[in-house]
Design a protein around this ligand. Structure first.
Ligand code: URA
Ligand code: SF4
Length: 207
């Protein structure tokens, strides 16, 4: 895996990154996937939300967070009072990793090697958007941005810091919205409320 670096344009902002991304061959995930799924939202946003990788629906539509996890995330942002104009959403890994079972495509968590290969895209997005705060949604984004030993379940909902070339910047870790959907039915309401409460910390920070 050569990694994405050689496909990432050195300048031009989010639109230049978006146009270049379909050519990426930085790892093998582009092969089975339908298309690259880059980002959505305001490229001048004050907050960047980082998920894991596109899901089945996102892979077909080419837009992040448009499937069930994305709808849940939008509900949680609404509940927390985060303005959609303040948000740019993207993923740690830009191609859907899955296992084919019959005609179903089963999500597979990306490996550390995929996160490392794809990280130049995320780094370039963060440099271009230059947000006031980054929200890390779940373990994959946390491993990519905060290191392999970071535990979102332990440190969620509390502003932390990450190292950037411009110095330390605020980062808010929380769980991935799909963890709310995967959890037991009887705990779903509580898990949703906890995600919305974490995102209220973002809303407060942006006020
Ligand atoms: N889950 C993610 O992490 N990202 C998406 O775009 C969709 C689901
Ligand atoms: Fe490139 Fe990332 Fe897709 Fe791998 S997952 S091919 S590094 S865009």
């Amino acid at each position: 895996r050569p990694g994405a670096r050689q496909w990432v344009p050195p300048a031009g902002g989010v639109e230049a990154l978006r146009s270049a991304a379909p050519a990426c061959r930085g790892c093998e995930l582009h092969g089975p996937a339908t298309q690259v799924v880059f980002s959505a939202g305001n490229p001048a946003a004050r907050a960047v939300l980082v998920g894991e990788q596109p899901g089945d629906v996102e892979d077909r539509q080419g837009i992040p967070f448009v499937g069930p996890a994305g709808r849940l995330l939008q509900r949680a942002l609404d509940e927390a009072g985060v303005d959609r104009a303040d948000v740019y959403v993207t993923n740690a890994v830009k191609h859907f990793r899955f296992e084919q079972r019959g005609n179903r495509r089963i999500h597979q968590t990306p490996e550390l090697a995929h996160m490392t290969a794809c990280r130049p895209w995320l780094e370039a997005e963060l440099a271009a958007v230059d947000p006031e705060v980054v929200v890390v949604l779940g373990a994959t984004a946390a491993k990519t941005l905060l290191g392999p030993s970071f535990r979102v379940t332990r440190e969620r909902g509390v502003l932390a810091e990450r190292d950037t070339v411009a110095g330390r910047r605020p980062v808010l870790p929380t769980v991935h919205p799909s963890s709310v959907l995967r959890g037991p039915e009887e705990q779903r309401e509580e898990a949703f409320a906890a995600l919305a409460a974490d995102l209220a910390v973002l809303a407060h920070h942006l006020r």
